[in-house]
Structures are given as C-alpha cells and as structure tokens.
Ligand binder design. Structure first.
Ligand code: KG4
Ligand code: ZN
Length: 371
C-alpha cells in the first residue's frame, strides 16, 4: 500500500490499554493524530506489580472505549483507516489476546488488513514518531521486560548484539524501588527519590566490567542494593542510595552501549567502504527506562563521545503506547506485510529469532526468554 494513509494501532501487552491513529505521509514521516493510553496502574498498585488476570480483565473493559476515543480524537472513522495494527506479543498472553482479538474483529467487520506487530518492534520505531530518525541505527531497548542492543537495518530487520542474562533494567529499577519501600511502578518513583542525592555515597558492584560482548546483568546490583536498603532508613540515606542505584544502572547501560557502538561502527565502516560513502552513525534509546533523565543524559554523552548522533522518543512514547504500534504497523503495511486472521498471540517473540535460538544462555530466569 502506498502512503499517505492512516493506521489504527492497538496495544494491550501489559498494563496499559492503548489505541492511536498514526498517519504515514508520502515521504515516510509519521504524524500522530491521537494517542490514548488508559493506565491500569491503580488496579495493580495494591499487589505491588502487574497481575496478569487483572490486566486481561481490565483490557476487556477498556479496549473498545479507548479505540473509539482514539478515532474520535483523530477526527476520523474506521472506514477511513487503511489498516489495523495490534500487538501480538511478547507480553502477558491473556492481555495480548484481548487487543489482538479485538483488532481481528475490527479488521473482519470493516474489511481492513490486519498487521500483527511485535511489541519490541514498536519500541524500536518509537523514536521515528514525529521525528526524522532514518534507518539504519543502533538501538538500546530498555524497558520493564527487555534490555537489549540491536542493529536495526530497516523494517523488521534487526540483529541482536547483546541482551540481559538475568533481569531487565526496568525490572531492576522496579525491584530495588520495592526494597526501598517505594510504590509500583518503581522506576519513576526511584527517579524522584534520587533527586539531589549523592551517587557516590554507596559503592555498588559493577557487573560484567571488562567482559567481552554487549550483554547486561543486573542481579548482583539488585541484591547489593536490597541489602543496603535495610540500613538506609534516614531520608538522606534513602535519597543517596536511590541516586547511587540510578547512576549504577545508567553506567552499565552506557558501558555496554559503548562496546556495541565500537562493534557497530566497525561493521558499518566495512559497508561504507563497499558503498564508497560514509554513513551517518545513529544511536537510539527506547523503552520505559529511556524516560529516566539520568539514563538519557549518560547515554547522550556516550553517543557523542563515540561519534554517534543521539535520539530518544519524547517521554510519552518511551513507556507503552499504541502510536508506536500503529507506526510499526504502517511501515509494514507500506511493504505489503500483513497477516491473516489466524495469527496467534505470542508470550515470547524475540526480535532477532535467529540469535535467540542460537544462544540459549539468553533463555534463563523465572519467566523464560523475555526477549
Ligand atoms: O516500556 P514499558 O512501559 O513497558 C515494557 O514494555 O516493559 O517500561 C516500563 C518500565 C518499568 O520497569 C518502569 O519502572 C520503567 O520502565 N520506567 C522507568 C522510568 N519510567 C518508566 N525507570 C526509570 N526511570 C523512569 N523515569
Ligand atoms: Zn513496552
């Protein structure tokens, strides 16, 4: 399908019910016409984390009114959209099924093509919403469930350079915030607590320091911080520990991204030689943790030091939203990449399936392969 056209995006993979209308222009740029997010934070807060059954039930109640509002706010109707994109995984499978089944129903009733979108591909394109961030780029995807570095060559063409061997960065933020007695979701609460704190008061372990490759590990940091949190009872101590944790997470992200930048630049230098022209090196950070200002600042400085330009989505597109799903769907629709109604919801769906299968060390943990 040739742009310009409109796509309706639906996102229900975790605890946000979201719908959005995105217009893909003839020049490939995206314009967000509406971006509706109904957060279930209040439903899950009493449990200190997301309860899958509660999330699925809430999506059932919210998805239709949220989609209706996205159409109304964009001043459009279902008849005027060219396709319907919905997250088909990875995520809480009961939650994913709600949005995907809803999208299938709409596609069938309105006679529109369906695009089943990988949630991670949504995060990967999120910096391209309302900004000019062309392919290719080096991506650090950091959210509650994922922490990986990817070489993104184009639509659906990702090669994984590294990922976490235990927790995701957002998960580390959330768990450490919990040991500091902060409410769920922990990341933003920890960032607020850290304001004005001394990041050097508490020495935290530096995982994988000097180790080859671009993998991450946060479990040692989490354990050390939990132990320190028991002794950090005064307001000053809590603030300093939060600042130390935030700095330690930012530092690890930057150190591992630095390695990926070296690998990426070397690989692309070979491409440049073949094409006789130097390519622009771009570094993009996306996902919920990209909302953290200390993390962003540290990564921006790292990118600059290595000759990469830096891009991060505006805060509203860092955490889960449907605009990124609509854009990923629109880019696929433009290439004719659609799905039939039999497409299934997937709890696990790595962006780089070849790398995930080849390297089973990335499939440990309570929940199995997260990415
Ligand atoms: O992308 P996202 O909304 O959902 C997933 O796909 O996982 O990311 C949510 C994660 C949570 O772990 C949350 O604590 C973290 O992103 N997060 C933050 C901040 N805002 C969200 N972490 C640190 N600082 C923040 N400001
Ligand atoms: Zn996400």
């Amino acid at each position: 399908m040739t742009p310009p056209f409109l796509v309706l995006g639906i996102e229900t993979s975790c605890d946000e019910t979201a719908a959005s209308i995105v217009r893909l222009a003839a020049d490939g740029r995206a314009e967000v016409l509406s971006n509706v997010v109904a957060s279930q934070v209040a439903d899950h807060a009493p449990y200190g984390g997301v309860v899958p059954e509660v999330a699925a039930r809430a999506h059932v109640e919210l998805v239709e009114p949220v989609a209706r509002r996205a159409l109304a706010e964009a001043g459009t109707t279902l008849a005027d959209v060219s396709g319907i994109a919905a997250t088909a995984g990875p995520g809480l499978v009961g939650a994913v099924m709600v949005g995907l089944s809803f999208a299938k129903g709409l596609a069938l009733a309105a006679g529109k093509p369906l695009v089943a979108v990988n949630h991670l591909e949504g995060h990967a394109v999120s910096a391209r919403l309302e900004a000019d961030v062309p392919y290719p780029f080096l991506l650090l995807l950091v959210s509650g469930g994922h922490c990986q570095l990817l070489d993104v060559a184009g639509v659906g063409a990702c090669r994984r350079l590294g990922s976490t061997i235990d927790d995701a960065a957002g998960e580390a933020f959330d768990k450490i915030a919990k040991s500091l007695g902060l409410p769920y979701p922990g990341g933003p609460a920890l960032e607020r607590l850290a304001e004005g704190g001394d990041p050097d008061r508490y020495p935290l372990p530096r995982a994988l320091l000097g180790r080859a490759g671009c993998d991450f590990s946060f479990s040692g940091l989490k354990t050390a911080a939990a132990r320190m949190a028991e002794g950090a009872t005064s307001p000053d101590a809590r603030r300093d520990l939060a600042a130390a944790v935030q700095a330690a997470i930012a530092r690890q992200l930057a150190e591992r991204a630095e390695r990926a930048m070296a690998t990426y630049a070397a690989a692309h230098a070979a491409d440049d030689a073949a094409q006789h022209e130097p390519q622009h090196l771009r570094f993009v950070v996306a996902g919920g943790v990209a909302a953290n200002r200390a993390v962003r600042a540290r990564l921006e400085a790292t990118a600059a030091a290595h000759g990469f330009s830096f891009a991060a989505p505006p805060l509203r597109y860092c955490t889960d939203n449907a605009a990124m799903i609509a854009l990923a769907g629109a880019e696929r629709l433009a290439l004719g990449l659609t799905h039939d109604l039999a497409v299934a919801a997937r709890p696990r769906w790595p962006l780089d399936e070849a790398a995930a299968l080849a390297n089973p060390t990335h499939i440990p943990g309570r929940k199995g392969a997260k990415a």
